[in-house]
Design a protein around this ligand. Structure first.
Ligand code: GLN
Length: 289
């Protein structure tokens, strides 16, 4: 009978042969998922014998990874800003970078009085952003929306799983927010151009939902629409927080958010020093729209 270590080594070799990055970590994460133990505790069980049944199940998971399927889709889970989230191929895998956005928002607004204040999380996907904010700012009322009802379904599961009370809406961009106004808006829309999409890693291109990644007009479509359409959905002095493509700063600052109602424009970088987030304060001369 094979030991845990034998099985692990075999999987690692196979993944290495298929040129899967971090083959060792992949092999370990999948086995710890299957055995329901912590990855760091695997070594405590290295000598343990593994049944053929479990080996068969494990081999199936490893075969999926060998075809470049991301770990998060195989295990159907991930963590984001202290939350355990359910994931499916209907939603984008939350990125570590996006935690910078959440962190910035929480720090920026946490001292505000949230009485009657509302936050919209537009294009919520798995719900990672809105739920992470709700988890830290319990008094803030949050609406989360997505065009995909399958995504809303996942986001609802994640709210339930983390015992967070938020409101869900389904529809295209601002359509579902009829009669609602926001004091804060966060949006990580699709922002990759068709040309860039072709150059993405197989892990992303072949598995993640294309409609959550790609946008028309060189990836700028949603910023153009939000700049136009958001105005009537905002309370005075609303703050907007967006994730953007690494090459979109100039267009966003100089060609899109050009009206003088947009104040305090600011772009910050991600961990790789790419311009990745755009923040702006909405205002006009009498602070009403
Ligand atoms: N808001 C989700 C995230 O940040 C989904 C974004 C999207 O689908 N474009 O991961």
């Amino acid at each position: 009978m094979n030991t845990l270590l034998d099985v692990l080594k075999r999987a690692e070799k196979l993944l290495e042969k298929k040129a899967i990055e971090n083959s060792k970590v992949s092999a370990e994460v999948l086995l710890s998922h299957l055995l329901e133990i912590k990855k760091n505790d695997l070594y405590l069980n290295y000598e343990k014998k593994i049944s053929n049944e479990v080996i068969q199940e494990y081999n199936d998971l490893v075969a999926q990874r060998a075809k470049n399927e991301p770990i998060e889709y195989i295990t159907q889970k991930t963590t984001f800003y202290d939350l355990e989230l359910v994931i499916s191929k209907d939603v984008l895998i939350p990125r570590q970078e996006t935690e910078i956005l959440v962190d910035f928002i929480i720090k920026d607004i946490s001292k505000d009085n949230f009485e009657n204040k509302v936050l919209f999380d537009i294009c919520t996907g798995s719900g990672c952003i809105g739920l992470a904010i709700k988890n830290r700012l319990k008094n803030l009322k949050i609406y989360m929306s997505d065009i995909s009802d399958k995504a809303i379904n996942i986001a609802q599961k994640n709210a339930l799983k983390n015992s967070l009370e938020v409101n869900f809406l389904q529809g295209d961009l601002l359509d579902p927010y009829i009669n609602l106004k926001a004091d804060y808006v966060v949006c990580n829309p699709p922002y990759i151009s068709e040309e860039e999409f072709k150059l993405l890693d197989k892990d992303v291109k072949d598995f993640e939902p294309k409609e959550a990644l790609v946008a028309k007009m060189s990836g700028l479509e949603f910023y153009i629409r939000l700049e136009k359409e958001l105005k009537k959905y905002l309370n005075p002095k609303a703050k907007l927080f967006f994730e953007i493509g690494y090459n979109q700063k100039e267009d966003i600052l100089k060609n899109i958010f050009t009206s003088d109602i947009w104040k305090n424009k600011r772009v910050i970088k991600d961990y790789s020093q790419n311009n990745r987030f755009f923040f702006v304060l909405a205002t006009n001369r009498n602070d009403t729209f």
